[in-house]
Design a protein around this ligand. Structure first.
Ligand SMILES: Nc1ncnc2c1ncn2[C@@H]1O[C@H](COP(=O)(O)OP(=O)(O)OP(=O)(O)O)[C@@H](O)[C@H]1O
Length: 599
């Protein structure tokens, strides 16, 4: 069972080498054979030298010198060459695995990222790949040298004396058995440790992402305690592992001592009775030390290899995570007539993040060409979920969704997203220059187009005031810019994309009055001639919307224009009244020049 699992995981590890497997093994075997040959030949050299000392036969001395010279020459000439080949392969294979993991990561469905902590993924790219690198670079090489020298030494021992060789081999097998027993529990602890290391990375990435909150609420002690707990668990596991290793070392030392001592005592008695020559005893003792050492190292390397194999199997598992499909099959066929005159339609859509929950129930909405519709409602009502469905992050579980008059099943997910610009509440900027960040909207845009988009987003002036203009670096997540500036750069990016449908998560509540003014103007420019669906947090911004949908507990409870909804005196009216009482007045979401073209 243990051997079967080990072999299976080893094969898994090797399968990740793909086309590099041959070159890797050539390098590994070449280097390994050189090293093992020297180890195995040395006892024979000692035998000849010992026999020469007693017989004074010059042929023995010559043979010893020639063997030694040949071995060292072979080793020093060939080893660097083969060593280079396999080391180069390791670098290339590991780089390729990192790339494969990254590529997989970029093609997973949105649900994966919502269900897995980013720290766990970072740990996979970091710790697990590092473990695999150790397996390729060190452990497999040691394993190869051990196996070769083991075979060589066993053959050598049988060449010297078959009976003694059989007894010694049985004792050495005991070492292997003991080590294999330890390997199982060390593997279990190794698995635990990798998981705990992953938790540590999660805590660290939470700390970095939540730094402003931590500082503001003086949470340093709390987060340090959380990190300390994860760190202590790793330390405890490492100590447990150290304890197992120490026990193993002690046991191995005892077995080695008994077999080595036994061999010396019985061997010298056999020499005294002239059953074997002194040269044979000297060579036999050395070969036996080699075999015991090889079995010992074999146990140790299998133990450490266990940890690396655990890392490899996690990577293999990750590389088998199902990819985001190319397109979603429509849950049901929509009625063509209703869809044709609408740019964006949801019809009787049901959706749940898990099979047994329903976050959206029978949601229907339509936005006509050039119109603006708004989603409002209670917290947790399902507004963001509607956006996620429209962005193709999840397929609806029932009902239909269409864009530009065609059901989403007729688009690939990439095509679907090319029809949409999305400006989230918290604009994300990549570390890089401002120009790069705007250009992500359309990678082959000219410099003039980038500037034109920035001017339209009311971003050009503040960009030009920055020390390096468009080449100013934004910092991690755009940290070197203000919230309003980040938002306007994100809007410039969306303007450059020029998609016919615009999804907006209104962010202005987080901005000061001046920033809000500019962001509103930039949004108005972005909305020109677009079909817009906006999540509105302040109802005063959507007074001019063509249609307002009020979502509550996953259902559209009310729909209509602002005045109609107020007249209904329902949920919308009461939300509006509450906001009117506590909010400062905010400008309406509409273009300053030609608001009519928006709605
Ligand atoms: N990834 C997820 N996995 C499981 N449940 C989720 C997930 N995202 C949201 N939910 C749940 O779905 C429901 C709707 O959430 P959603 O974020 O769509 O609401 P919302 O109307 O945008 O809320 P808010 O106005 O507070 O942002 C909530 O009950 C929420 O807990």
């Amino acid at each position: 069972m243990f051997i079967q699992k080990l072999t299976q995981e080893l094969l898994q590890l090797l399968s990740l080498m793909k086309a590099k497997k041959r070159a890797y093994f050539l390098g590994l075997l070449g280097d390994g054979i050189g090293q093992a040959a020297v180890l195995v030949a040395l006892p024979f050299v000692f035998k000849d030298l010992t026999d020469f000392a007693s017989s004074k036969d010059p042929a023995l001395l010559t043979r010893a010198i020639v063997t030694m010279a040949a071995m060292f020459l072979l080793f020093s000439l060939l080893s660097p060459f083969f060593s280079y080949i396999y080391r180069r392969c390791v670098r290339e294979v590991v780089a390729n695995i990192r790339l494969l993991v990254f590529q997989r990561l970029s093609r997973l469905p949105f649900a994966y990222y919502e269900q897995h902590h980013s720290g766990d993924t970072m740990s996979r790219l970091g710790n697990d790949v590092q473990l695999m690198e150790r397996a390729y670079a060190e452990q497999l090489k040691t394993l190869c040298i051990i196996m070769l020298s083991l075979i060589g030494s066993i053959v050598g021992m049988f060449a010297l004396d078959g009976k003694i060789a059989t007894v010694l081999l049985l004792v050495s097998t005991l070492t292997l058995y003991v080590n294999a027993q330890f390997a199982k529990s060390v593997r279990r602890i190794g698995d635990q440790m990798q998981q705990q290391l992953g938790t540590g990375t999660e805590r660290l990435s939470d700390f970095l992402a939540g730094l402003p909150v931590i500082k503001m609420f003086h949470l340093q002690k709390v987060v340090t305690a959380r990190y300390t707990e994860a760190n202590e668990q790793v330390t405890l596991s490492a100590i447990k592992q150290g304890h197992k290793h120490a026990l193993l070392e002690g046991t191995n030392f005892f077995i080695q001592f008994v077999s080595f001592g036994g061999m010396l005592v019985f061997g010298i008695m056999m020499v005294a009775k002239q059953m074997i020559g002194l040269g044979v005893l000297v060579a036999m003792v050395q070969q036996q030390m080699l075999v015991t050492l090889a079995f010992l190292q074999l146990g140790q390397v299998i133990t450490t290899l266990q940890g690396s194999l655990a890392g490899a199997s996690r990577i293999v598992g990750f590389l088998q995570e199902p990819l985001e499909p190319k397109r979603y099959e429509p849950a049901s066929t929509p009625t063509a007539t209703r869809i044709y005159d609408s740019m964006l339609t949801m019809e009787q859509v049901d959706f749940g993040y898990t099979a047994d929950t329903k976050v959206l129930q029978g949601v229907s909405l339509q936005v006509g060409r050039g119109q603006m519709a708004a989603l409002v409602g209670t917290s947790g009502g399902g507004k963001s979920t509607v956006m996620k469905l429209l962005l193709g992050y999840y397929p609806p579980s029932a009902g239909s969704l269409s864009l530009l008059g065609k059901p989403i099943g007729q688009y690939s997910i990439a095509e679907m997203r090319s029809l949409i610009s999305y400006v989230p509440q918290d604009a994300f900027l990549f570390e890089g220059t401002i120009e790069e960040n705007i250009r992500y909207g359309c990678l082959d845009a000219t410099e003039e187009e980038v500037i034109r988009a920035s001017k339209a987003a009311y971003a050009h002036d503040f960009i030009m005031e920055l020390p390096d203009g468009y080449q100013t670096r934004t910092g991690e997540r755009g940290a070197k810019l203000s919230g309003g500036q980040r938002q306007r750069i994100a809007i410039a990016r969306a303007i450059l994309k020029n998609a016919p449908i615009l999804l907006l998560d209104e962010a202005t509540s987080a901005l000061d009055t001046e920033s809000e003014f500019w962001v509103q103007r930039a949004l108005a420019a972005l909305m020109q001639e677009k079909t817009v669906l906006v999540i509105a947090h302040r109802l005063s911004t959507i007074e001019h919307a063509d249609m307002i949908y009020v979502l509550h507990e996953g259902k559209v409870m009310e729909q209509g224009r602002h005045a109609e909804l107020l007249a209904q005196n329902g949920l919308y009216a009461s939300m509006y009244e509450v906001q009117q009482r506590k909010d400062r007045p905010a400008p309406a979401l509409s273009a300053p020049e030609s608001s009519a073209s928006l709605i």
